[in-house]
Design a protein around this ligand. Structure first.
Ligand code: NDP
Ligand code: DGY
Length: 313
């Protein structure tokens, strides 16, 4: 049996070559008939490389009798059926820590761009509107309240950055943290009502699906901004579109959406939103480190060593 790694993602910019010395790499993107290719190698596939948007379903996991590891090129693992992997004893790994600061930087960029109208201001200069007078005023960050949903690795890095901008920090999650100087809010609704910027940095998946619904957006209110670097699924996107259209929300900064890369067209004409194409971790430096971790985890597993970054079952 040729030990085969099924690559649903190509690990740009590092690439998959680092796996070639020990494995046959089945690059699914190069196959004319992907389903057929998987079937043909069904018994050889011992590992999967996946990322955001590459669904690793129970059906796929169950179809691969010799699968041992799923190495995700992302910290979020909501693309993987973890319960199915656990049932089969398949190890799952992700890429925590190495992407924390870059992703937190993007959250702060979204806050700044939304509040200070930076994207709009750039266009204002380019199209010559400045000659017609000054543009609309923005909103200060200093002294405002930043409510963070999910004070994990990235949430804490966002908090440190927002605190450096003289913002008051609140956070909501399943549990209060003992080691942080920020105020815990057990009620997301109460935190939203107190927040000028509600920043989503929690895990995706079933547990957080539509955590931010119409009621939370209403509590955030017409002076509030929603910033999402977590997952599109955390927000009820239809409710968000309505709130933005009605101006019952001041604005939004979004890096993630339902059903990426499809972004609702109604957002394109709104001047109170900033839209990014899921670039939280998208720097050369970080993507290289993430890709290396993906490869290192697979190699460690098949060398009989502990994987570096396991996802708890
Ligand atoms: P962590 O595991 O460190 O943090 C996840 C946080 O989510 C925890 O603080 C946890 O809080 C919180 N959480 C989990 N379930 C709930 C819930 N039901 N309600 C409220 N909070 C909850 O992960 P990271 O900080 O490393 O990453 C967080 C997420 O950011 C990833 O899962 C991914 O989806 C997203 N991400 C997006 C990127 C992008 O490019 N836009 C890049 C990288 C990550 P507690 O334990 O207190 O409940
Ligand atoms: C993640 O790691 O979860 C991001 O969404 C992609 O880097």
């Amino acid at each position: 049996m040729a030990k085969t790694i099924l690559a649903l993602n190509n690990l740009h910019p590092l690439g998959l070559d680092g796996l070639e010395d020990g494995f046959t790499v089945l690059r699914l993107g190069r196959e004319h008939d992907p389903e057929n290719a998987i079937q043909a190698h069904q018994n050889d596939i011992v590992g999967i490389v996946a990322s955001v948007g590459n669904t690793v379903s129970a059906k796929l996991i169950e179809a691969l009798p010799n699968l041992e590891i799923i190495s995700n090129f992302a910290v979020g693992v909501d693309n993987i059926d973890l319960a199915a992997a656990d049932r089969r004893g398949v190890v799952v790994t992700n890429t925590p820590d190495v992407l924390t600061t870059d992703t937190a930087d993007i959250a702060l960029s979204l806050i700044l761009c939304a509040a200070r109208r930076i994207v709009e201001a750039d266009a204002y200069v380019r199209v010559g509107k400045w000659h017609g007078g000054a543009m609309r005023l923005g909103t200060s960050l200093s002294g405002k309240t930043c409510g963070i949903v999910g004070l994990g690795r990235i949430g804490q890095a966002i908090a440190a950055r927002a605190a450096a901008f003289d913002m008051r920090i609140l956070y909501h999650g399943r549990t209060a943290k003992t080691h942080v100087p920020y105020e815990f809010c057990s009620s997301l609704h109460d935190m939203a009502a107190q927040s000028d910027f509600l920043v989503l940095a929690c895990a995706g998946g079933a547990e957080t699906k539509h955590l931010v619904d119409e009621g939370i957006l209403e509590a955030l209110g017409e002076k509030g901004y929603l910033i999402n670097i977590a997952r599109g699924s955390v927000v009820d996107q239809d409710a968000l579109l309505i709130a933005l259209q009605n101006k019952s929300l001041a604005g939004a900064g979004l890096d993630v959406y339902d059903n990426e890369p499809n972004v609702p067209e109604s957002l394109f004409s709104m001047d109170n939103v900033v839209l990014l194409p899921h670039i939280g971790s998208a720097t050369m430096e970080t993507r290289r480190k993430m890709a290396q971790l993906v490869i290192d985890n697979i190699k460690a597993h098949f060398n009989g060593d502990p994987v570096k970054t396991p996802v708890a079952a």
